[in-house]
Design a protein. Structure first.
Length: 539
């Protein structure tokens, strides 16, 4: 936001009342003046993170009264977005209430209201409202309920409201997954936030069949089938945002357990410059992405951000002159301009089968969701040797172990050395909450652990979050990626061909400048981005 002069100084600017809904015709007039006065226009989708401590500088009452939201702070200047940046009365009141000079940008009324709803909604209120919905006497669920009865239960107002509030609270809490777990006398609800499960308000046992049936209907699943696992997908609109939800059911002794993965494209950035690579590494990485052939492998456990790294890479090289095709299980996000194939092993469309078909579609770039077996690995490797740039993932602990994993799968060592260009291992660490961030001294056990790893604690300034209302008392807000890069230089390729051990390859990689996951994590700790306990937990 570069508009440092107050837009209120323009005599020709209209004064509009931002407390009322802005009609389309008036919105067009405002946008016309915005363009003429060169007032920046905010695109909220390009913001990867809105700091709650900055948002909180404007009270919820003021934000709703004047349709304004704070997005940045630089010393005594507050960056704000308004639907009517020419409302001089509103601007003067906000200046007086906050004590800041204002740097004003414009966004449409509906977009700002969506951000306000998301930023200021209170989790406590949601939990209280959810409790109000479950004040019923316990009734035993009948195993032989037919589909008609289940559909009636699914459309009951309490079940519908309960599920809607679950989605609303999950989005508010930035949850990646919702767990609904039937127990003997209640329904346990848990959210996975920043990789850690936390409990939410439970549901009443009497609502169980209605809640489960409602979710299964959303996912287009068979509500009468409760004996076998099912997988589905749903789309819901929450606070003006289109959210994809992956649904998985699993029969348990007390009923079906449901896990819903929330895929909110608007909450992640697929800009390659936002994924956290060091500048020198990023330059090398972009050079590899510019090649016409080779293989890039990303490794790490489930939920470590591998897909985001791959999607960001594909997004970077996506252009009209490239035919990019992926085969995934599942397709997590729809990427415009990229041909994405959903693997369906039950009908014979495995990764290997899909990859074979893709290679007959004249691709320039290929992404395989995961290399799980020798057949897929060999096809992917050979594709990279025949003029294709190939991306894929494996489940290994670190970058060097990926080479050993491919060898154990039965892939020829000469093919590995000739095809693989880069291996990235990654993890996700929780980011320290900026609102309650403070310096601290770690416990003696942590200090001793660092010394055992030959790391001098005296060289590090340690930070942690004390816990506040913005981070829900956890001390963390969001996550940051920790990386390990293994570029397959000539020396590494020679070691692979010579049947060198994992330890020998690792030693030579370190000599060539490879930064381990732990070392990169320590760098993030020294920058105050995460805590040392978090790094020791994940690495």
């Amino acid at each position: 936001m570069s508009n440092k002069s107050s837009p209120t100084s323009k005599k020709s600017s209209p004064t509009l009342n931002s407390k009322h809904n802005i009609e389309d015709s008036i919105t067009k007039r405002i946008e016309k003046f915005v363009a003429r006065e060169n007032i920046p226009k905010m695109n909220f989708n390009e913001l990867s993170f809105l700091d709650p401590s900055v948002i909180g500088l404007i009270s919820e009452e003021t934000a709703r009264q004047f349709n304004i939201i704070a997005v940045s702070q630089k010393k005594r200047e507050l960056g704000v977005v308004m639907a009517n940046p020419f409302d001089s009365v509103a601007l003067n009141i906000v200046r007086e209430r906050t004590g800041f000079d204002l740097d004003v940008s414009y966004a449409p009324y509906d977009e700002i209201m969506n951000q306000i709803e998301q930023a200021y909604i209170q989790t406590e209120n949601l939990e209280e409202r959810m409790k109000e919905l479950v004040d019923f006497e316990i009734e035993e669920e009948k195993e032989d309920e037919d589909e008609k009865v289940l559909r009636i239960r699914a459309e009951d107002a309490p079940a519908v409201k309960f599920v809607n509030l679950l989605f609303l609270q999950a989005i508010h809490d930035r949850a990646s997954d919702i767990h609904i777990e039937p127990l003997e006398r209640e329904i346990k609800v848990r959210f996975r936030v920043d990789g850690i499960l936390k409990e939410a308000a439970p549901g009443h046992k009497n609502m169980q069949s209605g809640i489960i049936s409602r979710i299964k209907i959303l996912g287009n699943l068979d509500i009468a089938e409760r004996r076998v696992p099912q997988d589905g997908r749903a789309k819901v609109k929450i606070m003006g945002r289109q959210i994809d939800i992956r649904i998985s059911t699993l029969p348990t002794i007390y009923g079906e357990k449901i896990v819903m993965r929330i895929l909110d494209k608007g909450s992640i950035s697929l800009n390659i410059d936002d994924i956290g690579f060091e500048p020198k590494i990023m330059e090398k990485f972009k050079n590899i992405l510019g090649q016409s052939h080779g293989m890039v492998l990303v490794t790490g456990p489930t939920g470590s951000g591998k897909t985001t790294t791959l999607y960001s890479s594909l997004n970077y090289i996506n252009s009209v002159d490239k035919n990019i095709i992926t085969v995934e299980d599942p397709v997590e996000y729809r990427l415009e301009g990229i041909n994405q194939v959903q693997a369906r092993p039950q009908v014979g469309l495995t990764f290997a089968a899909g990859l074979r078909s893709i290679l007959r579609q004249d691709p320039d770039v290929v992404m395989v969701g995961e290399i799980r077996d020798k057949e897929t690995a060999e096809i992917a490797v050979k594709a990279s040797l025949t003029g294709h740039l190939v991306f894929s993932t494996l489940h290994t602990n670190d970058a060097v172990a990926t080479i050993i994993r491919l060898l154990n799968m039965g892939v020829d060592k000469y093919l590995i050395s000739s095809s693989v260009s880069l291996i990235i291992a990654q993890r996700l660490a929780r980011r320290v909450c900026l609102h309650c961030k403070t310096k601290y001294t770690p416990e003696p056990r942590v200090i001793n652990k660092l010394k055992s790893l030959k790391i001098d604690p005296d060289d590090i300034t340690f930070y942690k979050g004390e816990g506040c209302e913005y981070c829900g008392g956890t001390g963390f807000w969001g996550r940051i990626a920790i990386y390990e890069f293994l570029f397959l230089y000539k020396d590494i390729k020679e070691l692979i061909v010579e049947d060198a051990s994992e330890a020998q390859i690792r030693k030579r990689s370190n000599e060539l400048g490879m930064t381990s996951l732990l070392e990169d994590g320590i760098k993030k700790v020294t920058k105050g981005l995460t805590t040392i306990d978090e790094i020791l937990r994940i690495v």
